[in-house]
Design a protein around this ligand. Structure first.
Ligand SMILES: Nc1ncnc2c1ncn2[C@@H]1O[C@H](COP(=O)(O)OP(=O)(O)OP(=O)(O)O)[C@@H](O)[C@H]1O
Ligand SMILES: [Mg+2]
Length: 787
């Protein structure tokens, strides 16, 4: 930008007072030529008057504010140092406003800024060239530095045009070089203003050097980012080429997928499957052949083929049908369970005579820890079959049984096909565990899918959605286990032969512990071969005071704990401790179940009821009290509807037969009866507490205590008949466990205890037909009080 005006002449002719033109976003330096657009009438007035006279104006940059552009600028928003410029050209714009072309002449500082309605003007002091001469050498050094720096910028190819360095390299005058660089830098207003206000040339050159180095840094950073991006693109391209090469090499060596597919094809020919299955597998193989080996689809097909070729198509294991051997194994694994063992031996005998006989599906039902699951494993062992356990507890998704369709991402075969794959034999013994805990929701009804699995007519061609071809499950032996028959759907139950396991008596538990649990625990804790015995009295104590269950799972756990204490002391002190009833609490912690004192006391309104739950039998107390009121019946303890109704029925019976029990009729009008069944937080239901509630009610009404030596169960109808109930064995066992000597049961349940001498041994069972018989037995007459 060459000055086209005679500068020194111009500087001399600068008037003292000049109209001011504010500039936005730009600081005009001396010698710079810039076009400006002016819209403000006050400023236009000033320019008009300047045109008439000196043709000069003072350009003052406006400070940059946060709310830039929002408000009109005032005088205080202008910097105080500006540039006097001469107007070279003026064009009026038809829409209003003017455009002027100005050239900077020299810097000037304002003394006074004055504004009126007509114009904005300032009295000024021009800043003429620094009088004091600056050190030539220092200046030169700085100019050279700047030249080197611009060269760097140009070589990095950023920011400025290629000519930038060439021009700079040819300028030697410090003024010119700074002028040129300033016009090329992209400066903020405040930065530019700072440069404008710098009077020392050396200082100015230093500042320019700093600004330029910043540009260099930015340029370098940009270049680096660009290179990184390029590198990563290059890397992935390189990998692609290498992979392609690898493929080509493998192909040359004959190690590619094609060979693998050919191998699978050969395998398929030998696979003992029906023709349609073969076709389907062949179809999948050819699909694999035509997909890109690394694609998602190929890996899905490969997974599928993996499964297909690892399934034991037609591969069966030979059954061991030796009865003596089976007997031995069954007795080795489990104590007692006579009926069940007999049933299994029957089954093996039939198998021996008729190989293709229909396999029954056994369903073991009973309280937890009674050996249902472990019996399944034992049967597999005596038949010499592979054992697979499939737990259906909490399964809600039908696909868990029938498999997902292969179109889903992460699709898998159902549990049965997975089980068969694991068993490596198509005739394993599958224990379907927790059949009663199968669920159902929007994802389908798994229990109806189970029908297909368990139906001998259908399971010959069991269709798993993932496998996509039928698989023969008819040679599998299924054994189901459940705690509760009520939640198993009727059609499913219909396909199975239910075998009930009841809880164990104390003697049975003792034998199980002695013959199995202690032995297993010793093996598990690594104490084999050492002198360790748990005496009968210790085991009995463990059973009575550390467990309260129908089965033996807690017992198994506490025996294991006892053994681990022995092991610990052996490791620490090389001594085997001997457990006795006296030191048990020291090693195993406090006894958890003490004989409940309250159970032993005769109380008014409190009856020992017998209840059945999936955990076995239990004693539940039914409490009744009279309160002043109007004959209302209050029921608490989370009773279900059936139980509420049987309470109502019991009360009605008591009221109807008030005379027989010597009860004053008026008592019903003046009192409410409150029946509570603890534990209050556990929901209870069923009709079997009818007799129990009647007993409590009558005791409360007559104020005669109830003998705590009795426990009872039985449904009551309005004519006082005692109706049969379920879970008799478990209930009797519960009474025995709680040391209640007399049990009152409905006469109509007598058949349930045939052949159950072990259970009834040591307990007095009173069979009743009518409620009156119960009352006669249990209400304690103060005069003839029992002891
Ligand atoms: N009669 C028995 N003889 C020997 N051990 C037994 C006997 N009954 C149960 N057990 C042992 O008790 C433990 C628990 O048995 P298992 O797991 O078979 O109970 P389960 O009936 O399947 O219970 P759940 O209903 O809770 O599944 C096993 O270690 C098992 O060997
Ligand atoms: Mg089980």
């Amino acid at each position: 930008m060459k000055s086209i005006l005679n500068k020194s002449h111009l500087v001399e002719s600068i008037p003292n007072v000049l109209p001011v033109v504010p500039t936005m976003d730009i600081v005009v330096f001396p010698d710079m030529i810039v076009p400006l657009l002016v819209l403000d009438p006050k400023i236009i007035n000033g320019i008009d008057s300047a045109i008439e006279t000196s043709k000069m104006v003072l350009l003052l940059a406006a400070k940059k504010n946060e709310n830039d552009g929002q408000d009109s600028i005032g005088t205080k928003d202008l910097y105080e140092t500006g540039t006097v410029a001469s107007i070279m050209r003026l064009i009026k714009i038809p829409e209003g406003g003017i455009k002027i072309l100005v050239q900077g002449v020299c810097k000037a500082k304002i003394n006074n800024l004055s504004t009126d309605n007509q114009s904005l003007s300032a009295t000024i002091n021009p800043i003429i060239e620094d009088i004091k001469k600056e050190n030539e050498i220092e200046l030169k050094a700085r100019v050279n530095n700047l030249k080197i720096l611009t060269e760097q910028i140009t070589s990095s190819g950023q920011a400025f045009s290629p000519d930038f360095h060439i021009i700079v390299s040819k300028i030697n005058d410090p003024d010119k070089i700074s002028e040129f660089i300033i016009s090329h830098l992209n400066l903020e207003v405040n930065e530019a203003q700072e440069l404008l206000e710098t009077t020392s040339k050396i200082e100015l050159l230093d500042k320019l050097y700093l600004l330029l180095s910043k540009e260099v840094e930015v340029a370098e950073m940009q270049e680096k980012i660009k290179n990184n991006a390029r590198d990563s693109i290059n890397q992935s391209q390189k990998e692609y080429y290498l992979r392609e090469q690898l493929k080509a090499i493998k192909k040359e060596l004959g190690e590619d997928d094609l060979e693998e597919i050919e191998e699978l094809k050969e395998k398929l020919q030998k696979l003992p499957v029906i023709e349609t299955t073969k076709k389907e597998i062949a179809r999948q193989l050819s699909r694999l052949e035509h997909t890109v080996p690394d694609s998602m689809e190929a890996s899905v097909i490969r997974n599928y083929l993996d499964l297909v070729f690892s399934l034991p198509w037609g591969k069966t294991s030979e059954d061991n049908l030796d009865i003596a051997h089976a007997k031995q194994i069954l007795n080795e694994d489990h104590f007692g369970l006579k009926d069940i063992k007999e049933r299994i031996l029957d089954f093996i005998s039939i198998r021996k005579l008729k190989q293709d006989s229909n396999t029954p599906i056994l369903c073991f039902v009973g309280p937890p820890g009674t050996g249902k699951t472990s019996l399944g494993r034992s049967i597999a062992r005596c038949l010499g079959r592979q054992y697979v356990r499939i737990s259906l507890g909490g399964v809600k998704d039908e696909a868990e049984i029938r498999g997902h369709r292969r179109t889903y991402v992460g699709a898998m075969p159902g549990r049965f096909i997975q089980g068969i794959r694991k068993a490596c034999s198509s005739n394993p013994l599958i224990v379907i565990d927790e059949l009663d805990k199968i669920g159902s929701d929007f994802r389908g009804d798994p229990s109806s899918a189970m029908l297909e699995v368990l139906d001998p007519q259908q399971n010959k061609e069991f269709y798993d959605n993932y496998l996509g071809v039928p698989f023969d499950l008819s040679k599998v032996i299924f054994i189901a286990t459940a705690n509760n028959l009520n939640t198993i759907s009727a059609p499913l139950l219909d396909r199975m032969e239910v075998i009930q396991l009841s809880g164990y008596t104390l003697e049975e538990k003792l034998s199980i512990a002695k013959q199995h649990l202690v032995k297993n625990a010793i093996i598990d804790t690594g104490l084999e071969g050492r002198e360790i015995t748990l005496e009968n009295c210790v085991l009995k104590n463990l059973i009575a005071n550390y467990t309260k269950e129908a089965g033996v799972r807690q017992l198994e756990r506490i025996i294991k704990k006892a053994c681990s204490k022995v092991a610990r002391s052996f490791v620490e002190t090389n001594k085997i401790i001997k457990l006795s009833p006296n030191n048990m609490e020291k090693h195993l912690g406090p006894r958890q179940y003490l004989d409940e004192e309250a159970l032993k006391k005769d109380l008014i309104g409190v009856t020992n009821g017998l209840a059945w739950t999936v955990y076995g039998g239990e004693i539940i107390k039914v409490e009744a009290v009279l309160l002043p009121g109007k004959g209302k019946l209050i029921l608490t303890g989370q009773l279900g509807n059936v139980m509420k109704e049987s309470a109502q029925a019991a009360l009605s019976y008591a009221r109807a037969h008030a005379k027989d029990f010597e009860i004053d009729e008026k008592i019903f009008e003046k009192n409410d009866i409150h029946i509570h069944v603890p534990a209050g937080a556990i929901p209870k239901d069923g009709p079997s507490a009818g007799v129990t509630m009647l007993t409590s009610i009558l005791s409360a009404l007559t104020q005669k205590p109830i003998s705590s030596k009795y426990a009872m169960t039985g449904e009551l109808n309005l004519s006082g008949e005692v109706m049969p109930i379920g879970g008799v064995k478990e209930k009797v066992l519960a009474a025995k466990r709680n040391k209640v000597p007399h049990v009152i049961l409905p006469e109509k349940n007598k058949n349930d205890l045939i052949n159950s001498e072990k259970i009834t041994d040591g307990i007095n069972i009173i069979w009743v037909d009518n409620a009156n018989e119960v009352i006669k037995q249990v209400l304690v007459d103060e005069k003839s009080k029992r002891t």
